[in-house]
Design a protein around this ligand. Structure first.
Ligand SMILES: NC(=O)c1ccc[n+]([C@@H]2O[C@H](COP(=O)([O-])OP(=O)(O)OC[C@H]3O[C@@H](n4cnc5c(N)ncnc54)[C@H](O)[C@@H]3O)[C@@H](O)[C@H]2O)c1
Length: 332
């Protein structure tokens, strides 16, 4: 196979971001835009070369080698199982599913098609600033990690929260609040750099009335290494200030990733730090598709296997448990 024919299942908000990223790939072509809403499928088709479809079966007839599953969380298990069972390669948006049981069922179906690529699309795995920091830390730029913090504050946008009854506001559909949803993009870099999380303690709050799940998380994550990092996520009710996304503190210095993508190293050479790189979060989506394309067409291993993403689902569920028990909760 020299070209990857991709069908996008779910033509909502994130599908448009993926469609933009996919324009940077030379060997992947969107051939089908599949949505239960004909208007959404038609809109995405206008942004790609895809044919409008209302079901996966229609897309299979047109010709797809792979399907990207971009539907609300409570539908992941059903839709991804259908896609995997069709024998095509599959990329599934995060979180794998709202419960560990549903994730394990999905992984069991994927295991039956082990010769196909199954990727869990966590774009933070390819976040350029994070990769710069990860490399520096791996090379000892700040010594041994002592602690870290991550912070993400964001507002309600019509793109992702189009109406008061949006699925993201419904706990049963989203599987919770910001911890299991947007929080995963800040949890993944912590795990990439600090390793696996052992336990969490968290306070959560519902600062968005219409959101059934938590819209504010203030958590401490204790990693298996013993390092403790803070993890804060807020779906704010008003305007938000720019805060560093990440700060990693080591025995010899610190690395800060700003909200604008600047990576600054504090190693004692300059008290203002040294800018060692700049990145753009949006490029992480290009990284997703380059990795998927290479895995399907060249047989290269994915940067992270799908099972690895259970770490974010489990951490989010442990945060919910801890906010109720008011104790440290084991992640695994
Ligand atoms: N990586 C990221 O940065 C990021 C950002 C936002 C969303 N997401 C993830 O993407 C997924 C979708 O989120 P969204 O914000 O695009 O949601 P959305 O509501 O904007 O879009 C979902 C689309 O799926 C369609 N749909 C529902 N059931 C379907 C079915 N059975 N077959 C085909 N289409 C169906 C809906 O009609 C809708 O158009 C979620 O898993 C979410 O967590 C990831």
């Amino acid at each position: 196979m020299r070209e990857l024919r991709l069908g996008l299942v779910g033509c909502g908000a994130i599908a448009q971001w993926h469609a933009r990223a996919l324009k940077n790939l030379s060997r992947t072509r969107v051939t089908a835009c599949i949505d239960v809403s004909p208007e959404r499928a038609a809109h995405l088709a206008s942004l790609t070369e895809g044919t409008v479809c209302s079901t996966i079966d229609e897309a299979l007839k047109i010709g797809v080698d792979a399907l990207a599953i971009l539907v609300p969380h409570h539908l992941h298990e059903e839709v991804v199982s259908k896609a995997l069972s069709a024998g095509v390669h599959v990329a599934l948006e995060k979180p794998m599913a709202p419960s560990v049981e549903a994730c394990e069922k999905i992984l069991a179906v994927a295991a039956q098609y082990a010769d196909r690529v199954f990727m869990l699309t966590e774009n933070a795995q390819y976040w350029p600033e994070v990769l710069i920091a990860q490399e520096l830390i791996r090379n000892g730029a700040i010594g041994n990690i002592i602690t870290a913090r991550s912070w993400h504050n964001f507002g309600i946008t019509p793109e992702f929260y189009p109406s008061a009854d949006s699925w993201r506001f419904q706990a049963a559909q989203a599987g919770g609040g910001v911890a299991i949803d947007t929080g995963s993009h800040w949890m993944r870099p912590l795990r990439m750099i600090l390793g696996e999380i052992d336990e969490v303690v968290a306070v959560t709050a519902r600062i968005q009335e219409k959101m059934q799940g938590e819209s504010l998380v203030r958590a401490l994550c204790k990693f298996q290494s013993g390092v403790v990092a803070s993890f804060d996520v807020m779906l704010a009710t008003g305007a938000v200030a720019l805060q560093p996304h990440f700060q990693f503190t080591g025995t010899d210095g610190e690395i800060v990733i700003s909200a604008l993508g600047e990576v600054r190293l504090f190693d004692g050479t300059d008290w203002q730090g040294t800018i060692v790189g700049n990145g753009n979060y949006m490029d992480s989506y290009i990284g997703v598709w380059k990795d998927f394309e290479a895995a399907v067409l060249d047989g290269t291993p994915l940067a992270a296997d799908a099972r690895y993403s259970l770490g974010e689902v489990r951490a989010a569920l442990a945060i919910t448990r801890s906010s109720e028990s008011q104790r440290w909760e084991k992640v695994w």
